[in-house]
Structure formats: C-alpha cells, structure tokens
Design a protein around this ligand. Structure first.
Ligand code: MG
Length: 224
C-alpha cells in the first residue's frame, strides 16, 4: 500500500515554542535574581535558535557563576518540562498514520533540546521518524535536510509528499525546492515572502491535518 509522506516542522507548528520561552525566561531571571530588562535580553537571545554557545553570552553578560554546560543542561530540562503538544494534535498525527500516512518531523536546532521536546511532548510516540539539523549539519531550507527526514520515515524524498510549517523560507521555500507540496501555518501573519507561495495556508496545525486527511481521501477515491 502507498504510504504518502508528510513532514511537520516542530517549533511554532506542532508546539508553541514562543509561549514556552516566555514562561522559561521569567523563571530563569527569577532563579538568578535578575530583573525585567534581563528577561527581555535573555528572551531575545533564545528567540530564534538556542545552542550551548547562547549561554556563554548570557553567562558573561550577567556574570553568572554556573558553567555554560550546566546552564544548557538546565535549559533543556526546563523547556522539556514546560513544552506541551495539544492532545488533539497528537490524535491528529495518529489519524494520519491510521489513514496510511508516514508522519515525520523535520526541525532545525540542537539535537539534545529538540529530541528532549519530541519525547516530553509525546510526539516521539506518534510519528514514524524525525530529523534534527544538528545530527548531520543539514539545516532547512537545504534539500538534504528533507531527504534525511524522509529517510528517517523509511521513504525516499523522490517519492514526494508534503511539508507543513510556519517558516516561509525554511519550511515552504525549502519544502518546495525539495519537491514537496507545502502547507503554511500562518500563525496570524500575512504571506510576505519571495519564495513560491504555499499550496495551502492554514491557521494552525489541526487545520493542516484536516486538509491532509481530505487530500488523501480524494486521492484514494480518484485512484479507485
Ligand atoms: Mg517553526
């Protein structure tokens, strides 16, 4: 039986990274006896991507005594404890798999924090595979990233599929170049990018899953 592939971005697609970081930054500054200005700074430092080196900078700036590795380890543990994936999203992933889809996660970032999130949210138990850019130094929008994510799901990128994500360049542009059809999770933003427009635009990942379920149902009924 044909099993079509769908890859999901993780941050701000399957999980609310922004909201999680707000909570974490508040907790971090209170733990270190820092103020509101520090909270804004720290949040700015971690907002795009966070690596151990991020904590080198934070540590120096606020003269923290804890070593960088400890700050990084605590960050991973804190985020894993605070991040969540809504039940209906996990159910949606199950529904896709029950409807014959191969479900994967394709995410940029450090392997330890991204895998900690995949496990803590339960997503790891509701997918066929995941690839984190740091594992092979292959970041979205590079085609190689999508090829490795597909491989983790046991399929070849050349067979096509879908990419769902919130980032116009990395997810939609990258997905398109990789030969995938794309769904953009707009998170309330207008499309404003020079990369080719997505095949579908949705408000959230639940909506994306609904579209995919209908697409496959249409495909099956057309094929039969
Ligand atoms: Mg994202």
């Amino acid at each position: 039986m044909r099993r079509p592939l769908v890859l999901f971005d993780l941050d701000n697609t399957l999980v609310d990274r922004r909201g999680t970081l707000d909570g974490w930054a508040a907790e971090f500054v209170s733990r270190h006896g820092l103020g509101d200005e520090a909270r804004t700074y720290v949040l700015g430092m971690v907002s795009e991507r966070t690596y151990p080196s991020t904590f080198d900078t934070i540590r120096t700036r606020f003269r923290l005594t804890a070593p960088t590795e400890e700050l990084w380890r605590l960050y991973c543990a804190d985020i894993a404890a605070m991040v969540s994936c809504p039940r209906e999203v996990l159910d949606g992933l199950d529904e896709l798999r029950a409807a014959s889809w191969r479900v994967g996660v394709a995410t940029n970032g450090a392997a330890d924090i991204q895998w900690a999130k995949l496990r803590a949210t339960g997503i790891a138990n509701h997918m066929d595979g995941a690839f984190v850019s740091e594992e092979a130094d292959a970041r979205k929008p590079d085609v190689r990233h999508f090829a490795l994510a597909a491989e983790r799901c046991g399929v070849a990128l050349e067979d096509g599929g879908w990419m769902v994500g919130d980032n116009p360049v990395n997810d939609v542009g990258g997905g398109h170049t990789a030969g995938l059809r794309t769904i953009w999770v707009d998170n309330g933003r207008p499309w404003d990018s020079r990369v080719p427009a997505p095949d579908h635009t949705v408000a959230d990942v639940i909506d994306a899953i609904d579209r995919l379920l209908h697409i496959e149902a249409d495909h099956v009924s057309t094929a039969s």
